[in-house]
Design a protein around this ligand. Structure first.
Ligand code: SF4
Length: 429
């Protein structure tokens, strides 16, 4: 039974309950969240009402609003991730791997190397002809292996998004030389951002560097290059991280961050050989940042990704090659045992890596714009993360009061291992 059908039954059974249209929407979302957690949502609601109400008096909207808040609280506290449910979306495994390639860049060396990986090539005028077409199945396309090769003709270096951590850097910018990711995290915002699941590889990296050089003439820049992809995971195929390292090492005004969940440690040997004599000392302007989640989250939401031990091995290899390293406990994902999960994770991580070896850490709860969340929910209907009944404030969705509780707890736990100055927390600013 769908949440909408349960609402109809609730309205019939509790006919003294007066709800506005938006309250019905909120209730439907809580019911959806219960359903994806395998809970009998109708019975759960009936049980709640039996405890809360004994009289048949009308429940006016103001009172219903309060009741709704309590119902949400109960649903959230009692349920959460941990019960893997089947994924939606058809499989594309075993299908022909297609490369859609923009006609005018087909002779580019990077394009040629990528094309060689496909079973079939289709030439197109502009990547958006495929990427923005209607009728995509984002999840299936991610698994299918087909891809798009293009030239990015839009702005190449642009200001960082307000939901992202700037680590105290004044001029925070962002570059996206690949759209989409080989991984498929359940909480990934790309599900809401892009209509299409195929990765788009932009081959005009040199133009990114030229645009950045122009910006660097005006201001020092902190640039994140791996937010809506995982460049390190693609390195054996794409070699873009190598190119960024070569470029960035002699630009003292530039600091780049390469965010990853990859366990790819062997590449750091070759990166250490790239160092130029006049480079920034010890590659200190190229930060590799690993996002790490507790196993209670990764078992459910990071299926197929390298486990913590592999990520830490890669982090140690980066450190040994002379790169500053960062740990990102972000996004923290709510589940009933979240306190223990995150404490255990910190203990494990800092049992393997001395906190003094790490440049800094970031913490932050899952948060996203209302607009993106709506599309994520449509794309990923069976996930307790996308279907969680988030609180919406000023267009941003998050855990409400729980957000500060979770971040506050994480900071206190992390302070056992490192000075507070090394902890960057996303507090919604
Ligand atoms: S690694 Fe990052 S970009 Fe890739 S799927 Fe996961 S959250 Fe998305």
């Amino acid at each position: 039974m769908s949440a909408e059908e349960i609402i109809q039954k609730i309205k019939y059974r509790f006919n003294t309950l007066q709800m506005s249209y938006s309250m019905e929407g909120e209730l439907a979302q809580i019911l959806r969240y219960l359903l994806v957690n395998g809970v009998d949502a109708e019975a759960f609601f009936a049980e709640f009402m039996a405890e809360e109400r004994s009289s048949e008096e009308p429940i006016r909207k103001n009172e219903a609003k309060v009741l709704l808040g309590r119902f949400r609280e109960r649903a959230v506290r009692l349920t959460g991730i941990g019960t893997p449910v089947s994924r939606t979306g058809s499989e594309e495994h075993g299908k022909t791997v297609i490369a859609w390639v923009e006609e005018d860049i087909k002779d580019d060396p990077i394009a040629k190397a990528l094309i060689a990986r496909a079973d079939k090539v289709e030439y197109i005028k502009h990547y958006k002809d495929v990427f923005n077409a209607k009728g995509h199945d984002f999840k299936a396309e991610k698994r299918g292996g087909s891809f798009i090769v293009a030239k990015n003709r839009d702005t190449l270096i642009y200001p960082g998004a307000p939901f992202c951590q700037s680590f105290g850097n004044e001029h925070f910018y962002y570059a996206s030389c690949v759209k989409n990711c080989l991984f498929d995290c359940d909480y990934c915002f790309l599900q809401g951002l892009y209509p299409c699941g195929y990765p788009v590889y932009f081959v005009n990296l040199k133009e990114y560097f030229d645009e950045l050089d122009e910006l660097l003439k005006k201001i020092p820049v902190y640039l994140c290059i791996s937010y809506d992809t995982d460049l390190l995971a693609m390195e054996p195929m794409l070699h873009y991280v190598e190119k960024w390292v070569s470029y960035a090492q002699s630009r003292a005004q530039l600091k780049i961050e390469i965010r990853t969940k990859s366990g790819n440690y062997s590449v750091f040997d070759s990166f250490s050989k790239l160092r130029k004599d006049d480079s920034t000392e010890n590659y200190n302007n190229i930060v590799f940042a690993w996002t790490i989640s507790p196993k209670e989250v990764s078992n459910f939401a990071e299926i197929g990704l390298p486990e913590v031990g592999k990520r830490l091995r890669a982090l140690k290899a980066a450190k040994a090659a002379g790169f500053p390293v960062r740990l990102c406990f972000d996004p923290m994902i709510y589940h009933p045992e979240w306190k223990k999960s995150y404490s255990d994770l910190f203990e494990r991580v800092f049992g393997e890596i001395a906190a003094s070896e790490v440049e800094d850490v970031s913490v932050g709860v899952f948060r996203i714009s209302n607009k993106l969340l709506k599309r994520m929910r449509d794309t990923n209907k069976s996930s307790p993360i996308t279907q969680f009944p988030y609180i919406t404030e000023n267009g941003a969705c998050h855990y409400g009061e729980l957000s500060s509780e979770m971040v506050g707890y994480a900071i206190e736990e992390l302070k056992k291992y490192m000075p507070v100055e090394k902890i960057y927390a996303w507090q919604g600013n």
